[in-house]
Design a protein around this ligand. Structure first.
Ligand SMILES: Nc1ncnc2c1ncn2[C@@H]1O[C@H](COP(=O)(O)OP(=O)(O)OP(=O)(O)O)[C@@H](O)[C@H]1O
Length: 246
């Protein structure tokens, strides 16, 4: 079955277990072009597994993942690697920067690795670092930076190719509350201004204001007792029908 035309990303009945331990128990969802979607749930709810399935890092045991008209779940490993390299960006819960490189070199890495000329890669990285208010740190190495600064460099690295979708797996997890808000604000506003779709996960609902829609995930299922919320109807808690556990 092909995905609906207006969804850039679409998943149906995803099931996955790690070494026999179930992590996803039938998750279906759609993500619209340019939407910022939050998947929120407690530790172990299956958020990372879901984002890894959606981004093609992991092939689900059952179910389908579509990116536009591409059936991600049936692509070869090489095709999935290309998809992730060329069309997606990824931010993890830790920055995972290369310690020997400067901030701008880390941010430029996806461009440098795919043959962009040094000067152009440097200019693009500096632009994103500036947009994320971290431009002044461009020549510093990770060890000289605070954790929240390092995480914003990881965000710049995810955005530097201007991907179609950025996946951010609990990007504020190791940070204090104000830094978490700063990272989320810079990520979502930069993505919004460039029409980049974002799917991010988090453990707490405090991040809801940064998302257009919030999907609650518990024990590998979308929690039907907690309505998914659209930004427009969050005040009256109207349930949307765009996500369901099946
Ligand atoms: N590589 C793995 N090997 C074995 N079990 C795993 C693996 N990855 C995840 N799990 C298990 O699968 C379940 C879902 O994990 P997952 O990391 O997807 O949840 P999560 O909501 O992202 O949790 P957290 O917020 O702690 O990262 C958990 O029970 C977890 O222990």
């Amino acid at each position: 079955m092909a995905p609906p035309d207006n969804d850039v990303l679409w998943a149906r009945s995803l099931r996955h277990a790690h070494n026999g331990s179930p992590a996803l128990l039938g998750v279906s969802l759609g993500v619209r072009q340019g939407e910022i979607l939050a998947v929120v749930g407690p530790r172990g709810a299956g958020k990372s597994t879901l984002l890894r399935c959606l981004s093609g890092q992991l092939v689900p045991d059952q179910g389908e993942v579509w990116f536009n008209s591409a059936p991600v779940h049936t692509l070869t490993e090489i095709a999935r690697d290309e998809l992730r390299r060329d069309r997606f960006g990824w931010v993890g819960s830790t920055a995972q920067l290369l310690p020997e490189l400067t901030a701008w070199e880390n941010a430029a890495l996806p461009l440098l690795l795919t043959g962009t000329k040094y000067r152009a890669a440097r200019a693009a990285a500096q632009e994103w670092l500036d947009r994320l208010d971290i431009g002044a740190a461009a020549r510093k190495r990770p060890a000289e930076l605070l954790q929240a600064q390092r995480q914003r460099i990881a965000v710049a690295r995810a955005l530097v190719t201007t991907p179609e979708v950025v996946f951010a797996d609990d990007p504020g997890a190791p940070l204090h509350r104000p830094d978490r808000a700063l990272v989320m604000r810079t990520l979502t506003s930069a993505a919004r201004s460039h029409g980049i779709t974002v799917v991010f996960s988090a453990c707490d609902h405090e991040i809801a204001p940064f998302a257009d829609r919030v999907i609650p995930l518990v024990d590998g299922r979308i929690n039907a007792s907690m309505p998914t919320q659209d930004r427009d109807d969050r005040d009256d808690s109207t349930t949307t029908a765009r996500a369901a556990s099946v």
